[in-house]
Design a protein around this ligand. Structure first.
Ligand code: FE2
Length: 393
């Protein structure tokens, strides 16, 4: 997959062949001839029996960089010739970068008698959609916060009136709103590692809420935080206990850390996913890191009971995300689903180092920002955050 371009979404060129006109201004009443669907509503129906046909009318090079799973790609300029390729038994949701090309395509399809809706705001709006799924673990309520477009997962772990947040995204209002709505004070913030594929919201969330910030010093951070110590545990009110049972699972990064919520729920960060393991090559020392990752997996993770639930920090395109169902799997399920877990150390190193995929877009800039070495403007956040996660081997 090619790297995401660093420039903002391309201007929406009007099609010569399709109906023209201007998309409605923000806040204007919706044109009934061009019905819209909100990005959050799309997230609610993906993977269910209500899933619409997803028609992406961007150019193939744009689609290759970042898209919603299971789309059909017919560029706007080809739609007049190819619209009959669309299945005719379901609603069509039309997608582009910002909702303008798709607005024209939607008008065209509706004029052809098809039930078509424009994805309001396009991929830019899709990139800001979060949903949640909750479960109980170790006497605490755990909310998995899913950033659907990037496949990023973060966690709110709460009991009584307190909550801890693990791996918050850069849009920290997601967590402050959740805390306010559910009557929780955010008292501690953690990251599982120095992220390379998205901006961490940990420092900002800590600053806004007064929560303490806990990080593994084996990753390099150039700002104040509380260094995690092996075996440290952090109690929540009412007996629930979140504990850093395994401090150091190096491999994806040197400071990769797993957090346990009670004995049975493991927030595995980018060490172990439901569809893979953390890639070891982001620090340009792939072989060394792959050896560390094999040791971490075999000496600290795979020795645990099959019933332990693995709740990762990311998921890939092959993972279906369903409403209200946490993305996760038991360790027993992953032992059989992920053959690389059974490889010898040398076999694993060879396998991991041979799986060279594009680095996450802008990863050097993102790492520097997450380390605290460089600041970014609010305008740059959108550019750095565009594109999928690529932390899995
Ligand atoms: Fe990562």
């Amino acid at each position: 997959m090619a790297a995401v371009r660093s420039e903002p979404p391309r201007p929406e060129a009007p099609s010569r062949r399709l109906a023209g006109g201007s998309p409605p201004e923000a806040g204007a009443s919706v044109d009934p001839s061009c019905q819209e669907l909100g990005a959050a509503e799309l997230a609610r129906v993906l993977g269910t029996s209500e899933e619409p046909v997803l028609l992406d009318v961007r150019e193939p090079d744009e689609v290759a960089t970042w898209s919603i799973p299971r789309i059909l790609n017919i560029p706007l300029g080809e739609l007049a010739d190819r619209w009959r390729e669309l299945p005719d038994d379901r609603t069509v949701v039309v997608i582009c970068a910002s909702g303008q090309r798709s607005w024209r395509a939607t008008r065209f399809l509706r004029s052809m008698g098809r039930d078509a809706r424009n994805l309001a705001g396009g991929m830019a709006a899709w990139g800001r959609v979060y949903d949640t799924a909750s479960f109980e673990a170790g006497g605490a309520t755990v909310i998995q916060v899913r950033r659907r477009a990037k496949g990023c997962l973060s966690y709110v772990v709460a009991a009584g009136d307190e909550a801890f947040v693990v791996d918050p995204s850069v849009e920290v209002e997601v967590y402050t709103r959740l805390g306010s709505a559910l009557g929780w004070r955010i008292t501690r913030v953690f990251d599982t590692h120095l992220h390379a594929d998205h901006l961490s919201g940990a420092r900002e969330l800590s600053a806004r809420t007064g929560a303490s910030l806990h990080l593994n010093p084996a990753d390099h951070f150039e700002f104040d935080y509380l260094p995690l110590a092996d075996g440290e545990s952090f109690p929540l009110p009412g007996g629930a206990e979140m504990s850093v049972a395994v401090l150091h699972t190096p491999g994806h990064t040197e400071g990769s850390t797993i957090y346990f919520v009670g004995p049975d729920a493991m927030l595995s960060g980018d060490t172990l996913f439901v569809d893979g393991v953390g890639r070891p090559d982001l620090a340009e020392r792939a072989e060394e890191f792959a050896r560390s990752l094999h040791s971490s997996l075999h000496e600290k993770v795979l020795v645990l009971d099959d019933s332990v639930q693995v709740l990762p920090a990311h998921y890939g395109e092959s993972v279906d995300v369903l409403p209200d169902v946490p993305v996760g799997a038991s360790l027993g399920e992953l032992r059989t689903a992920l053959p690389p877990l059974a490889l010898s150390r040398e076999g694993f190193v060879e396998w991991a180092c041979s799986r060279v995929i594009d680095k996450p877009p802008h990863y050097v800039e993102i790492i520097k920002t997450n380390m605290g070495r460089s600041a970014i403007s609010p305008e740059a956040v959108h550019r750095l955050e565009a594109g999928p996660n690529r932390c899995s081997a």
